[in-house]
Design a protein. Structure first.
Lengths: 427, 160
């Protein structure tokens, strides 16, 4: 049967035998993960994913089922392993920023900040206040962006199609802002070590103001569709429950943790980028079920709008980049007449700036939870080791605990409620 | 009955079977609902409110490869994912087409490292490459229109 490319009739051995899609564990290990009933044929092992519309990417779940009830759930990750952390070791600090966009691709700016914030911590840089405020505005827009995709796909998984279309409509407004400031819809790389790539272009205020005007009304629309919808509540209330202690023990963060009633938010606990200058509250749930996690995220929309409004009102004037020419690139016009600037420019773009030896951890509250970056610097222009603390990975750990005893149809609701992004889980 | 009575004698249109089949095939492609990474989000945007891919007869995403004609490889393909992707391709019925969406699927993109397959054309035959990281929805639509043109010109015996 000739396909388009005659050389690819058969699957090429070279690529396909390098790894296989089987669970990379021995039988002995598998015996510890499932109950003995799986081996007598009493329960059934069912494979869900990696190609499944409701796994939000390429997550694979091995489910042990007793009829329709989930007895155990074994997540198999790594289908999107990109080697981002290793790739960082070969890049200078500024060339590493675009890689961070692609970790959690729904919240590129949160990732950018975790990385540049960590480098700034190592360099002991104080970012200008204007840059910090613009960062806050964009971070909150990013949180809304992330939550919009979550809400759309979560509702779609459970069966509410129209919510998805509404959410994507509003998301385009946020992407317009991204495009205006950074030139790209998704991969922004707008935050640089020491500040921002450039000041906000004209038109930014209008676009953000439009979002502030439109969103409260649109959020009401989403609430009307889902909040008191009996079908939605039937599918979410009391499903995928996880208690306070368990949630903490699994290292959950973000709205998934707060749904269980734990008031922990990096923005409040360890304020960064002048978050301590804004007034906002952290919505906390109580039951730790799918519905409470949904409520937490919906309330966060309102808080994000509140923060953006304050930041827009109080946006200070001034530079958006530090004045240190060893780190910040000189303005283009200066290069034409200043030899010094030309040398700085050349050095920054060929060798990059060096970071003193040491290690630092810097965490931000992304839409998913505590997104942290750890850098071990060796004094040169490239890091020795970069590691990311991905909230999705930690939240995913709790999935087997949450899903035990639930019905198989609830699995998609639970996976949706912890809001994982596989790019972040596997990195 | 219906249109013929209203319009009178409509006459006969002659064309070759190949052209008729190509025309029919090109306008009813069912893509597979299969996203990998960042590009999958742009693929979702392409189908959603603002860009509305259904204008081109492409909105019917199928979650099963058995029912799909087109695989849009949206995102980076890791070494672990490669055999799965090939299995999915093999499960699709002929005739079938592949779009490599984005730089990672086309050539590895920014990830020139141990984990990522350097272009999905190493494992499946690709018809259209869409550039961008990720490509804008307009770019993906352009790629799909290019594929439609290509399908219209495909000879029948290719899939025999």
């Amino acid at each position: 049967m000739p396909a388009n490319n005659p050389t690819l009739h058969e699957a090429p051995e070279s690529v396909l035998t390098e790894s296989n899609a089987q669970l990379d564990i021995t039988l002995e290990q598998l015996k510890k993960l499932v109950t003995p009933r799986a081996f007598t044929g009493e329960t059934m092992l069912l494979n869900m994913g990696p190609q499944h519309p409701s796994t939000h990417g390429v997550l694979r779940l091995l489910l042990e089922l007793d009829g329709e009830t989930i007895v155990s759930c074994i997540p198999d990750i790594g289908f999107l392993h990109t080697g981002i952390e290793k790739t960082h070791e070969g890049k200078t600090y500024s060339k590493g920023i675009p890689l961070t966009d692609r970790i959690d691709y729904l919240a590129p700016l949160s990732n950018n900040l975790a990385y540049v914030g960590c480098v700034e911590k190592l360099l002991d840089l104080e970012v200008p206040l204007r840059a910090q405020y613009i960062r806050v505005i964009l971070l909150e827009l990013t949180r809304m962006n992330s939550h919009l995709v979550w809400l759309g796909t979560h509702a779609l998984d459970i069966g509410a199609m129209s919510v998805f279309l509404y959410c994507m409509r509003e998301r385009e407004m946020i992407l317009d802002v991204y495009e205006l400031v950074a030139g790209a819809r998704m991969m922004t790389s707008y935050f640089r070590v020491g500040g921002l790539w450039r000041d906000i272009p004209p038109g930014f205020t209008d676009l953000v103001q439009k979002i502030l005007d439109v969103f409260p009304e649109r959020l009401l629309e989403y609430e009307k569709l889902l909040k008191d919808n009996p079908m939605w509540k039937e599918r979410t209330v009391g499903i995928g429950v996880i208690g306070k202690e368990d949630a903490i023990a699994y290292g959950m963060t973000g709205p998934s943790l707060r749904g269980s009633g734990v008031n922990y938010d990096v923005r409040k606990a360890y304020p960064y980028s002048s978050y301590d200058q804004f007034e906002f509250s952290v919505p906390v749930g109580s039951n730790g079920d799918v519905y409470d996690r949904y409520r937490c995220r919906m309330e966060e929309f309102h808080q994000s709008l509140k923060i953006i409004e304050q930041a827009m009102k109080r946006l200070p004037a001034g530079p958006v980049m530090v004045d240190n020419r060893k780190i910040a690139p000189p303005p283009k016009h200066e290069i034409a007449y200043s030899m010094e600037s030309l040398i700085h420019h050349f050095k920054l773009w060929t060798e990059g700036f060096s970071v003193p030896e040491g290690e630092a951890y810097f965490a931000v509250e992304s839409g998913k939870g505590e997104f942290g970056c750890y850098i071990s610097a060796n004094g040169g222009p490239k890091p020795r080791r970069v590691h990311f603390r991905a909230p999705s990975l930690c939240n995913l750990q709790a999935l087997p605990r949450m899903s035990r005893g639930c019905l198989i149809a609830d699995m998609v609701a639970i996976v949706g409620s912890i809001d994982i992004v596989l790019g972040e889980v596997d990195r | 009955m219906g249109l013929e009575q209203k319009l009178g004698d409509m006459g006969v249109v002659t064309t070759s079977l190949e052209k008729a089949v190509g025309w029919a095939r090109s306008n009813a492609i069912w893509p597979m609902l299969f996203g990998l990474a960042c590009c999958a989000i742009e693929m979702m945007s392409t189908q959603a409110s603002r860009y509305d891919l259904s204008r081109f007869g492409m909105e019917l995403m199928r979650a099963s490869p058995r029912q799909s004609d087109l695989m849009i490889v949206a995102g980076r393909v890791s070494r672990k994912m490669a055999p799965v992707l090939r299995t999915l391709y093999d499960q699709m019925p002929d005739p079938k087409w592949v779009i490599a969406m984005g730089d990672c699927a086309s050539c590895g993109g920014v990830f020139n490292n141990y984990a990522i397959v350097q272009g999905v054309d190493e494992i499946v035959p690709v018809d259209v490459y869409v550039a961008g990281c990720p490509p804008r929805p307009e770019t993906l639509i352009e790629g799909i229109l290019k594929l439609q043109d290509k399908i219209k010109q495909e000879p029948l015996k290719k899939w025999q």
